[in-house]
Design a protein around this ligand. Structure first.
Ligand code: SF4
Ligand code: MG
Length: 313
């Protein structure tokens, strides 16, 4: 609720704060238990920062993050230790997030070693279970990450994230570095695991095509703001926000000829965002009011929300 994350810009000998990068600027939204919420937007729009603030891996500048009825940013250390286990993250680059000097069995078993009182044999048994769960050959558990393919390494990252039986998982560009065919295998695995384990996902991606098949609902971010939240099918059938329409026009759809909308101009700086609607400097539908008055995220058409003075209804 009203989450903000500003990063101070420092300058000069005294490192005085001369401004703020408003990475996340007053965002309110909810993720429902058991759903996959797709979060999309260009790189630098704040989606990864929002994901990290939601897990309390980064503190919020302002606002609240409520998980299971509790504001996680005011949880004490003991409560936070419990919450940490319920919320996990899967990163984009499995090589960067997996220590190359660790055996796969140690990588997957490490959270158990840290958080559970389990013997070595019990941990090993659980590692075998977890590897089988994500479709890896458990007889290879005493090898190093570089001996696995990119898709397999992402499965290792998923097994590690699942070790403590979390409820909520943030997947930050989890399949973006993989080939398209491997991407769909990992997405299918994630959907299977969701069903079997009752997981809730925040699935972050820069493009809409990746979130299409996995998400129940989609949130679109632009320059630190949430500009549209819609059920996936509705959003693809009829985007309400001009920026969503632009993102959609970039995806080829078999059998449908559509015009690709190319945005003019660069993404403005999040340190100095445009007045009024932040998208007004690039919006094909801009009108006078957009330059001065900020559109707030409001509910239209049942389960859909949009932040635009002139939504494409
Ligand atoms: Fe475009 Fe105006 Fe809507 Fe912003 S408020 S997206 S500038 S039409
Ligand atoms: Mg990112």
């Amino acid at each position: 609720r009203h989450v903000k994350k500003y990063f101070p810009i420092r300058s000069g000998l005294l490192s005085r704060v001369v401004g703020n990068v408003k990475a996340v600027d007053d965002i309110s939204f909810g993720i429902r238990e058991g759903e996959t919420f797709g979060l999309v937007g260009e790189s630098g729009c704040g989606k990864s920062t929002l994901g990290r603030v939601m897990l309390n891996l980064k503190s919020a500048t302002d606002g609240e993050v409520i998980f299971q009825g509790q504001n996680i940013h005011s949880a004490n250390a003991r409560e936070m230790q419990r919450l940490r286990q319920e919320m996990q993250i899967i990163f984009q680059d499995p090589m960067g997030s997996l220590n190359p000097r660790f055996l796969v069995s140690d990588l997957i078993g490490e959270p158990l070693k840290l958080h559970r009182r389990m013997s070595g044999a019990e941990i090993d048994e659980r590692v075998v279970q977890l590897m089988e769960l994500v479709g890896l050959d458990a007889s290879r558990r005493n090898r190093y990450p570089h001996e696995f393919s990119g898709g397999q390494r992402q499965r290792i990252g998923i097994a590690r994230a699942l070790a403590l039986e979390p409820k909520f998982i943030v997947a930050d560009e989890a399949v973006s570095a993989l080939d398209v065919s491997v991407q769909s295998q990992v997405l299918n695995l994630m959907m299977k695991l969701q069903k079997e384990l009752g997981l809730t996902y925040l699935f972050i991606a820069h493009g809409l095509n990746v979130v299409r098949h996995i998400s129940t609902r989609v949130g679109v971010m632009y320059l630190g703001k949430m500009v549209e939240v819609s059920p996936t099918d509705d959003l693809f059938a009829k985007p309400l926000h001009p920026y969503t329409k632009v993102l959609l026009s970039a995806i080829p759809t078999p059998g449908i000829k559509k015009e690709r909308i190319i945005l003019e101009g660069d993404v403005p700086s999040p340190a100095n965002p445009p007045s009024g609607c932040r998208f007004h400097t690039r919006c094909p539908y801009v009108q006078d009011r957009c330059r001065s008055e900020e559109p707030l995220l409001r509910t239209v058409e049942g389960d859909r929300q949009v932040a635009c003075h002139f939504p494409l209804i």
